[in-house]
Design a protein around this ligand. Structure first.
Ligand code: AHR
Length: 771
């Protein structure tokens, strides 16, 4: 095999290609990146956030019931936005204790800690950080008065402890009211309330942009501005933290909003990433709530005001606000996303209003449209249609797929319209943190870099606190004081740090690969009712290849029942049946497994999937699922549907009442011996080569414009397919770097099995080369 690189032939300007996506799920913000240590600081955790939450969640009483009473009150609160507070009535030495997040608070004696709280009452209170056996690490007594007042103090603990708690004691018999108890370490990232070790992990990635604050967190809320579970409204997230109205986080917890838009903008700046905020479009696809079109103004104003907040000079109201918060210089916002993976016509109807208003006032802002949560199907197509009609600059694609899907779809973007909207791959991952996942993602990233239409891409999700897992895999795992960077993280790092400004032309020789072997989608057909009750009738399977017709008796399924039909191995067959949903959970439908080999290897057709909104065809390969295509569909109760699933080779079609609703080819992977991309930045060239096979691959490499080569080679190599970093072995998988020198412009290199290799060379572009 031969690889020739011409660094003077530039095929694409790369701009801001590889970035990150921050969303507060898996406690990425509260209990994570946000350094504040008190959990439930304003007594606002409520069952609306999570069924078992209550105002005293993460707090416990100090003293028995006979000695102390704790009441949660709402009358005359010091902070109307967060109205609950507590009243402690008891004897001296009783009080209330905050346990922090899982495992307690990490207190380091070399750091100092700022505490503030609001209090009133007729007794003094003592605030203490306590370690093992409740031994004080530091404490302070405060005189309080009968009126609400904010108290502040800087603690210097004399002992360290990584499982500390914060206690508030009555210093005299009496009563004290308490609210908004916040504790911040001072040794944080760049003076922000941000954990240093986690921010450092972001900094090292050198992301070119940061998408925030979500994700589903942005649009899954009610439409009323002030509702406790409202959609994410950025104006609520700036200013003094205790006045930011705590709200439901759709990942089943509470968000204090202590990390808000100001912090996100500053963080982006400090890590060298362009900010890429996502705002809701007054439409919630999870609950199918849409604000009437004539009431969109406050949401559209949120977009316009955000641009002014980010870019306006300090004579503008929102520019002034930014300056008051501490940042007179603009944040230079370039990108704004409207919506996050919306499904439903209601979104696209609304998007047009947002787009028009933003472009009229700020034509320079690049607006990002949304194409739903899947890589193909009706909502995906609606997204593109809308992007073309409105002239969206970019369109956000999301997909979480099996490694097999990524390998089979390497060339996905090769034939995209170069004059259409640019692709923002805003969320993707290959279901795993093992070396194999990371290497497959790296191979895919070579194509993302090469494809002219792909402008931005970021892995998702970014962070996970191991004690609060909502979603995995994730790029960076952590607990209260440890960070685990995954193999996937190191791949992202290699691509981002060595991104380059231009893609350089690469010629490959000897890379020819045989077409994939033909493979029928063979296996059992099994019907499964997903928490619903269904009747199935008129069932036939027509095996067109072998010219046979099979008829089956009608049957009914109660909730979570299943019925195996039979095994079929045919190049071409149709499964036809009538379906009636008789009852059960209205958000659930029927699943038809086909090509079923075992639970980990099968295809399935979901009829009323994802909250009964989808008609989706998926595969599961070695336990990793991919939605191959999805169309919007709601399975109504007591209505008879005529369904037909058609399988021809690798093409799968789904018809409902004679209408073609799903149509997808489940391609088999064609494994290329090596995946290659090259890029240039100033006087450096980067050559990235990925070997996803389990054998070494040798190639001759030639840099056409150079005479000699000198620089570094960085690689992830020498690992087993299933190796991964864990809290016990956080450094098992990492980047290994070595100097690399060659007296000529060509060399032969053996790329190790399952490896990602990046050469970073100084270049002279034909002016002599280095030696
Ligand atoms: O990244 C996790 C979630 O996946 C995001 O919130 C959402 O956009 C997607 O469904």
């Amino acid at each position: 095999m031969k690889i020739q690189i011409d660094t003077q032939k530039r095929t694409k300007e790369i701009f801001d290609l590889f970035g990150i996506f921050f969303e507060d799920l898996n406690h990425a913000a509260d209990g994570g990146l946000y350094a504040q240590l008190v959990q439930n600081p304003n007594f606002e955790f409520l069952p609306i956030d999570r069924w078992d939450y209550h105002n005293l969640y993460a707090w416990e009483k100090i003293g028995g019931d006979d000695a102390v009473a704790i009441e949660v009150l709402k009358d005359n609160p010091p902070i109307p936005q967060n109205p609950h507070y507590v009243k402690i009535t008891g004897k001296r030495g009783t009080g209330i204790r905050n346990l922090g997040y899982a495992g307690g608070m990490v207190i380091d004696k070399s750091d100092t800690y700022d505490i503030f709280f609001y209090a009133k009452g007729n007794t003094r209170v003592k605030v203490a950080l306590e370690g093992q056996n409740k031994n004080p690490l530091c404490e302070k007594v405060f005189e309080i008065t009968s009126d609400w007042k904010k108290y502040t103090h800087k603690f210097s603990p004399h002992t360290s402890c990584d499982s500390a708690t914060l206690a508030v004691y009555l210093e005299d018999d009496g009563e004290a009211c308490l609210d908004a108890v916040y504790l911040f370490p001072n040794d944080t990232f760049e003076g922000l309330p941000i954990r240093k070790d986690l921010a450092q992990a972001l900094l090292e990635l050198k992301p070119k942009f940061m998408r925030f604050p979500g994700g589903c967190l942005v649009h899954d809320g009610s439409l009323e501005d002030t509702a406790r579970d409202s959609m994410y409204r950025w104006k609520n997230t700036i200013g003094p933290v205790e006045f930011r109205p705590a709200r439901r986080n759709n990942w089943q917890y509470n968000q204090t909003l202590g990390l808000g838009f100001y912090e996100y903008f500053v963080l982006s700046e400090k890590i060298g990433a362009k900010p890429l905020p996502v705002l809701p479009a007054a439409y919630n696809p999870h609950r199918m709530l849409a604000l009437p079109l004539d009431q969109l103004k406050p949401y559209i104003d949120d977009c316009l005001d955000l641009i002014e907040f980010a870019n306006g000079d300090t004579s503008t109201p929102w520019g002034r606000k930014r300056a008051e918060l501490g940042h007179p210089e603009p944040f230079n916002l370039e990108y704004l996303a409207i919506g996050n993976e919306e499904v439903g016509d209601e979104f696209f109807e609304r998007y047009a209003y947002f787009h028009k208003a933003i472009k009229e006032k700020y034509p320079e802002i690049k607006i990002i449209n949304s194409s739903g949560p899947f890589n193909s199907g009706s909502e995906y197509e609606k997204g593109y249609k809308s992007a073309y009609e409105n002239g969206s600059d970019l369109i956000d694609e999301h997909y979480y797929c099996s490694p097999t899907w990524f390998l089979a779809n390497m060339h996905r973007y090769d034939n995209f319209d170069p004059n259409g909207p640019k692709v923002f791959l805003g969320e993707y991952a290959s279901w795993g943190n093992e070396v194999y996942n990371a290497v497959v993602e790296a191979a895919y990233m070579t194509h993302l870099q090469n494809a002219p239409v792909v402008a931005l891409a970021c892995y998702a999700p970014l962070f996970c606190n191991v004690n609060y897992i909502n979603w995995q895999p994730d790029l960076i795992w952590f607990d209260k004081n440890r960070v685990v960077k995954t193999a996937n993280y190191y791949v992202q790092k290699l691509f981002s740090v060595f991104q380059g400004d231009y893609v350089a032309d690469v010629k490959k020789e000897g890379f020819e690969t045989p077409p994939p072997k033909e493979e029928n989608i063979a296996g059992k057909i099994i019907f499964i009712s997903d928490d619903t009750e269904v009747s199935i009738s008129n069932i036939t399977v027509i095996d067109e290849e072998n010219q046979k017709i099979y008829a089956f008796e009608d049957f009914s399924l109660e909730r979570r029942e299943q019925k195996e039909l039979f095994y079929i191995d045919s190049k071409k067959y149709k499964l036809k049946f009538h379906l009636v949903k008789r009852g059960g959970n209205k958000f659930k439908g029927l699943i038809v497994n086909f090509g079923y080999k075992d639970d980990h290897n099968r295809h399935y057709w979901e009829i009323g999937g994802w909250q009964n909104q989808d008609l989706a065809v998926s595969h599961r390969v070695e336990g990793k699922s991919t939605t191959l295509t999805e169309s919007r569909f709601i399975l109504e109760e007591n209505r008879q549907y005529s369904l037909c699933l058609e399988v021809e080779g690798r093409t799968i079609k789904g018809h409902v009442d004679g209408k073609l609703m799903n149509n997808i080819e489940d391609k088999l992977p064609v494994i290329e011996p090596l995946y290659v991309t090259a890029s240039v930045k100033d006087d450096e060239a980067y050559l990235k080569v990925v070997n996803v096979t389990e054998k070494a691959q040798k190639a001759e490499i030639e840099f056409l414009r150079e005479k000699a080569l000198s620089g570094m080679v960085h690689k992830i190599a020498g690992y087993d397919k299933f190796d991964k970093n864990t809290f016990d072995e956080p450094d098992k998988v990492k980047i290994k770097s070595n100097e690399f020198k060659h007296s000529q412009n060509r060399f032969t290199y053996e790329f190790e099995p399952l490896s990602v290799t990046v050469f970073a060379f100084k270049i002279n572009n034909g002016n002599g080369g280095t030696s």
